[in-house]
Ligand binder design. Structure first.
Ligand SMILES: [Zn+2]
Length: 364
């Protein structure tokens, strides 16, 4: 950041922030960035790639001794993944002003709290409120990130514009039938909870597959009593369903839950549904989507839009300012895995696109 001409500082929560001033003092600021933390046994690019692409774009301005009509601040966020403290977006929530001080008491597996960890590297946990953005008008926040999915690779494109973050809901569905002896209860008089759950798992898959953009996953299945020679009396399954349009997601989820009731009635078992959590979708700002698209087309590449099924720092940042996002193609769509890989040529395209985006924003 220093070599790229930025004034560098670290805030209390641990975000590294580099600022490249605009042509005149008091100008608005554009935020760029991504996160530096990762998951266990991760790849090299999820997060840090977005930080270095942003630094490279500022480096070009610095090398050309160019100043934009706005300041650019590159933020390398701390703790997006939340692995150590089972938290989410600690760094970006501090900057967005939505950090919850109660989180400071969360402890890692070794009993060290977030407050202690912050003190250890020289931050002051009692002053995280001061990390919130208050340096004047913002033009938006723009993040570059690997796609973590296979869409760009399948389309043969190096980069794509994110239209928004898909909304998500998680449910726990429980079927209760009657446990019984595997050898003595005839098939026609069974109330097998797993039979009902199995039907629903396939119905969920079919429902998602027949509606464009819907993804639905059953990732947990608990069978009780869980013995080889006992008819399953009770089965719980999770449902994770996502779509960029909240209305579509809610409608598909309603349909799936109706199916669960129909299956339960037909099989003489009981079903109950619990909504565990729900996040609304977050649209990217049309103005930033449009400028990123123009910046891609200026490289002679078609600009496609795709929704992100994963969350990113732009989720909390959307509470502060307009957000935009550029995805870079990754090999095989693999992420959160040491095999995570990007092509150097694609990264070069992303730096060109981000540089052009800055120019277009300056002209807008
Ligand atoms: Zn990430």
């Amino acid at each position: 950041m220093r070599e790229a001409g930025m004034a560098v500082g670290r805030d209390n929560v641990g975000n590294l922030r580099g600022r490249y001033e605009g042509a005149s003092p008091g100008a608005a600021t554009l935020l760029l960035g991504s996160h530096l933390d990762s998951v266990r046994d991760a790849g090299k690019y999820d997060g840090p790639l977005g930080v270095v692409v942003a630094i490279a774009a500022v480096q070009r301005l610095h090398d050309a001794k160019a100043r934009l009509p706005f300041a650019v601040e590159v933020v390398a966020f701390a703790d997006e993944e939340g692995l150590r403290f089972s938290s989410t977006y600690l760094g970006s929530r501090a900057l967005a002003g939505t950090f919850d001080p109660a989180d400071l008491e969360r402890a890692d597996q070794g009993g060290i709290t977030i407050a202690e960890a912050i003190r250890e590297f020289g931050g002051d946990p009692s002053r995280i409120g001061e990390d919130a953005w208050r340096a004047g008008k913002l033009l938006g926040y723009c993040e570059v990130h690997i796609e973590q999915g296979p869409v760009l690779e399948a389309r043969g494109l190096p980069v794509g514009v994110v239209s928004g973050i898909a909304g998500q809901a998680r449910y726990l569905i429980r079927f209760v039938g009657m446990a019984g002896h595997a050898g003595t209860v005839p098939m026609h008089s069974r109330r097998d909870a797993l039979g009902a759950a199995a039907e629903l798992v396939l119905a969920i898959e079919a429902e998602a597959a027949s509606h464009d953009g819907v993804v639905a996953t059953v990732g947990q299945l608990t069978v009780q009593p869980g013995a080889v020679n006992v008819i399953p009396g009770e089965v719980s399954l999770s449902l994770d369903i996502r779509h960029p349009d909240d209305n579509v997601r809610v409608e598909r989820a309603r349909h799936i839950l109706e199916r669960s009731k129909e299956i339960a009635t037909r099989r003489s078992v009981e079903v109950s549904v619990e909504l565990l959590g729900e996040n609304a979708s977050i649209p990217c700002a049309p103005r930033l989507v449009s400028l990123l698209s123009k910046a891609i087309e200026a490289q002679g590449t078609p600009a496609i839009q795709l929704a992100s099924g994963a969350g990113h720092d732009l989720v909390p940042m959307s509470a502060l300012t307009d957000v935009g996002m550029l995805f870079i193609r990754c090999k095989g769509g693999v992420s959160h895995n040491p095999a995570e890989s990007v092509a150097a040529e694609d990264v070069a395209v992303a730096i060109d696109v981000l540089s052009r985006f800055l120019d277009l924003l300056a002209e807008a």
